[in-house]
Write a protein that binds this ligand. Structure first.
Ligand code: PRX
Length: 677
């Protein structure tokens, strides 16, 4: 397998080569209570029942008007699901639970400071708060169906409240991860042409109350530079009644939400009747070229898909206490903290801070206190918790029935620790593989029906038919032992509708490569290209190896090498930059940066530091490179292309391979000396 950019080292080439692990059967106690224990599901969701099989998911929702067509394929690959149907996402996640469950907790907000009380927001309270805030958005800001707003909110209850209020009105929300910089937020405000920015004054992270409002000022400046001026900045107070930021308010632009809300007390807003194919939200993600792009997710198809998979794969029952430790700023949080669990009427935990704060026992104290029985996290978090105390979880009295790992491949040893120590061998584990673009899970075991295989995701979930192609478009059969490009043969309701403002990119990046006939209206001719390398084992399980494009998966989060490089190029001394992924014990992969300087400048630790800081300031702390190597020149092909493969080999102390064809082979030895000493 080679990458789309020939000759470069790819994530998949760096990827782990674990031996195939033994299958582990789900615990009988899990099977006894599972939502899906009848193998008939595989038949119901088999290809011969496609696309009507997805009625089963859509029927979990309340519709104002039933759909008339399940799947419209008239404009490939812009598939439309449940066409003609009308519903409201907020109604489905909140209002419909009131009759029987108004007193039940919808959200447990756990502040990072441990002495601060947990807030238990009932469905009734959620409904009241969402209505009042929706009234504010509509009547104070004049927002209406189809408008965009950018959210730059941390992990507090106000984030889902804001999302649900938008959904109630049909306003399209675009939540930017709170750890992203003001600049990154500003670019996204401009790209989505958001009318309003919604933020919070401050939040806790790692024991510090961070001034978050100051990023809003940077974001608005950046967005203005790009020609989009948001009308208002709305600011939630982390401590209602008190402004916790040092940053002054800008009169006429900045409004404290908690000061406006008392005037809206008791206001109710009828949920907008939304078309199934109306957009619900945008979520930006990094691709291989240029700036992050916004995946546009739909109302009906998306909600049906995340509700169905929350029920069948996450095994959420209304009485469960469910904790997904991801951030709502990523797709995992949208689908599997907010929309899926709330549509099912469960209680969902929103934790503000760092899992290891003040110590690595914190998650287990939270789980004990709240009676969490479903737990969902990433390999990076599991590795960090394991490093902080191998036996620590055993000292706590939490009990999970179900656990998830998501976002990156999990090493079998880490998987076993998750299973034995965090799960105490009582919980089933699902390793769910999917992406921002896909809205919900693609590969995973169905937990009561299929055995677990450490290090492997599983087969396509019911209704998803994956396939692996080699570079020539030949299908690699199960058990071939070869890695190839994993694709999904069929449309599914959770797939994004388009790239906001750039539909051609949707076709180019995800469908062009293996499209059998661009004029065809038959979905079978349009496989979805995920951009990951994978191996298809004889037993039907897929093992995901990693990205085959220029995307680095850092702690389960995507960063484009181009984004990192252009941030480095903002430093005046830098002439050229190349970002490469290197293995990291905790985060899976981290970026390492090579730069060459403009004539007249000299390398210094201070300069390396400034370049690293530039990445952190432009993108966010997550983008901070492990090392910045200032080198005399980049290794280049005769046509002037930087050979990242050679740089990766030097960083990982592996063989650089043949370098005689480079334009400047001598520089390789010089770089090696700089890096390896
Ligand atoms: O490379 C795959 C990896 O994360 C990428 C998607 O990242 P993002 O859009 O940020 O969504 C993350 C959460 C869904 C994929 O292309 N990835 C995701 N889940 C897994 C994974 N790699 C291996 N195993 C997984 N379970």
């Amino acid at each position: 397998m080679s990458s789309q950019n020939q000759g470069e080292t790819t994530e998949a080439q760096l990827a782990v080569h674990w031996k195939e692990e033994e299958l582990i059967q789900p615990p009988p106690s899990f099977i006894a209570q599972a939502n899906v224990a009848d193998p008939g599901i595989f038949e119901r969701f088999s290809e011969k029942n496609f696309p009507e099989c997805y009625h089963e998911y859509a029927n979990l929702l309340d519709w104002y008007k039933p759909w008339t067509k399940t799947l419209d394929t008239s404009n490939p690959p812009f598939w439309k699901w449940f066409v003609g149907g009308e519903l409201n996402v907020c109604y489905n996640c909140v209002d419909r639970h009131l009759a029987t469950n108004r007193n039940k907790t919808a959200l447990h907000f756990v502040p990072e400071p441990e002495q601060e009380p947990i807030q238990h927001v009932t469905y009734q309270e959620l409904w009241v708060r969402v209505n009042e805030f929706a009234a504010l958005l509509r009547d104070v800001c004049g927002l209406k169906k189809g408008d965009r707003v950018t959210l730059h909110l941390p992990m507090t209850a106000e984030l889902p409240i804001t999302m649900l209020a938008c959904a109630r009105l049909g306003v399209i929300h675009s939540q930017v991860f709170s750890g992203f910089s003001g600049q990154a937020c500003g670019e996204r405000i401009a790209d989505s042409q958001s009318r309003v920015l919604i933020t919070m004054d401050a939040y806790y992270r790692g024991g510090k109350l961070l001034d978050h409002k100051k990023l809003a000022d940077i974001a608005v400046d950046k967005s203005k530079d790009e020609g989009v001026v948001p009308e208002k900045v709305l600011i939630w107070q982390r401590y209602p009644g008190k402004y916790s930021s040092e940053t002054p308010l800008i009169p006429g632009r900045d409004f404290i939400i908690n000061e406006l809300l008392p005037d809206l007390r008791g206001r109710r807003v009828e949920p907008e009747h939304m078309g199934s194919t109306d957009p619900l939200f945008l979520m930006y993600t990094s691709g291989s070229t240029g700036r992050p792009k916004a995946c546009q997710h739909s109302t009906g198809g998306y909600l049906a898909y995340v509700t169905g998979t929350s029920k069948y794969i996450q095994d959420i029952h209304p009485e469960d206490v469910y904790w997904c430790m991801a951030d709502i700023g990523w797709i995992t949080g949208h689908s599997y903290i907010v929309y899926g669990p709330l549509a099912l009427g469960a209680s969902s935990v929103v934790y503000e801070g760092v899992p290891t704060f003040p110590d690595a026992g914190r998650p287990w104290r939270i789980a004990e206190d709240l009676g969490v029985n479903i737990f969902h996290t990433s390999p990076t978090a599991i590795r960090a918790l394991r490093r902080a105390g191998e036996d620590l979880p055993l000292k706590y009295n939490h009990h999970f029935k179900h656990m998830t790992t998501v976002g990156e491949p999990i090493e079998p040893a880490v998987w076993h620790w998750y299973y034995d120590v965090i799960g105490k061998k009582e919980a089933v584990i699902v390793d769910t593989w999917w992406q921002t673009e896909t809205g919900g899970f693609l590969c995973s075991t169905v937990p009561a029906l299929q055995a677990m295989k450490p290090g492997s995701g599983g087969p396509g979930i019911p209704g998803i038919y994956p396939v692996i192609f080699d570079d020539e478009g030949n299908e690699l059969p199960a058990g071939s032992g070869k890695a190839g490009n994993i694709c999904i043969r069929n449309p599914w309701p959770g797939l994004m509708q388009t790239i906001w403002g750039d539909p051609d990119r949707m076709v180019r990046v995800y469908f062009d490569r293996y499209c059998k006939n661009p004029n065809s209206k038959d979905w079978r001719d349009w496989p979805y290209v995920a951009g990951d390398g994978a191996v298809f084992a004889a037993d039907g399980y897929f093992r995901i190896l990693g990205r085959i494009d220029d995307v680095i998966n850092v702690a389960g989060h995507r960063l484009g090498t181009k984004e990192l490089e252009s941030a480095a190029l903002n430093v005046p001394e830098v002439a050229e930059a190349a970002a490469i992924p290197v293995p990291d014990e905790l985060k899976g992969r981290v970026p390492e940066l090579y730069v060459s300087l403009k004539p007249g400048y000299k390398a210094s630790p201070e300069l390396s530091q400034r370049i690293a800081q530039a990445l952190s300031d432009t993108i966010g702390p997550i983008a901070r490179p492990k090392n910045v190597w200032i080198v005399p020149d980049m290794p280049k092909t005769r046509s002037g292309k930087i050979m990242r493969r050679v740089l990766t080999a030097i960083s990982t102390k592996s063989n650089t391979g043949d370098i005689t064809t480079l334009a400047n082979p001598d520089v390789v030895e010089e770089i090696r000396k700089t890096v390896q000493g």
